[in-house]
Write a protein that binds this ligand. Structure first.
Ligand code: HEC
Length: 184
């Protein structure tokens, strides 16, 4: 009898181990990630604004889906010599400044247009280095990667786990564009 209990315990432990290996992020990580994404204002730029009864508000039906593909932006305004130096779209998802035109990408796990093919390692490397996928072109303003680079691995992992847990939404965000024309 004692042997049987021992075998049962071993089987249960193995099964629990397999389950843990099969679920990469725990519920706790995902919940903490949701909290961190919320307080780090990711929605501020990655969720388009819409006009509500009290003025602009994030359109949570498009939460973290980035710049809406159907909103084609006209050429960026020429702001001359300043002191105004940058402009933002009405959705707060497209930005134009001396760095060119940048669009907040889709952070949902859609494999073609979002973070679906990203690994946790790529996400951490991008946030730590300020380079696309951790090794490509520099990540453009106003993405606050430098603030995020101060986050612990644990927190970055939790944020990524949360983003990966979102329903995937197809929304192809344009590539960054050229800087606005210089004033003659
Ligand atoms: C002030 C606006 C703003 C805020 C706030 C913001 N982002 Fe971004 N984010 C952007 C823009 C714009 C880009 C595109 C930059 C580019 O194309 O180089 C971007 C790019 C990214 C990328 C792609 C990086 C890469 O390697 O290409 C990720 C991932 C990302 N943001 C995640 C987040 C997360 C998570 C948060 C919250 C902690 C956040 N962003 C907050 C504007 C913002």
């Amino acid at each position: 009898m004692r042997n049987r209990i021992a075998v049962l315990l071993v089987v249960c432990t193995l099964a629990a181990g397999t389950l843990a290996a099969a679920s990469p992020a725990s519920k706790v990580d995902v919940e903490r990630g949701a909290y961190l994404v919320r307080i780090s204002s990711c929605n501020h730029c990655h969720t388009p604004l819409k006009t509500g009864p009290k003025g602009p508000e994030p359109d949570m039906t498009r939460m973290l889906t980035g710049h809406p593909a159907e909103l084609k932006m006209p050429p960026a305004p020429d702001l001359g010599k300043g002191p105004w130096v940058w402009a933002a779209a009405v959705t707060n998802t497209a930005f134009a400044g001396p760095w060119g035109v940048s669009y907040a990408p889709n952070l949902t796990p859609d494999p073609e247009t979002g973070l679906g093919k990203w690994t946790e390692k790529m996400f951490i490397a991008a946030m730590r280095s300020g380079h696309h996928l951790g090794k490509g072109r520099p990540i453009l303003p106003p993405m606050p990667w430098d603030s995020m680079s101060a986050a612990t691995d644990k927190d970055l992992k939790a944020m990524f786990a949360y983003l990966k847990s979102l329903p995937p939404v197809k929304n192809a965000v344009p590539e960054p564009g050229e800087p606005p024309r210089a004033t003659p």
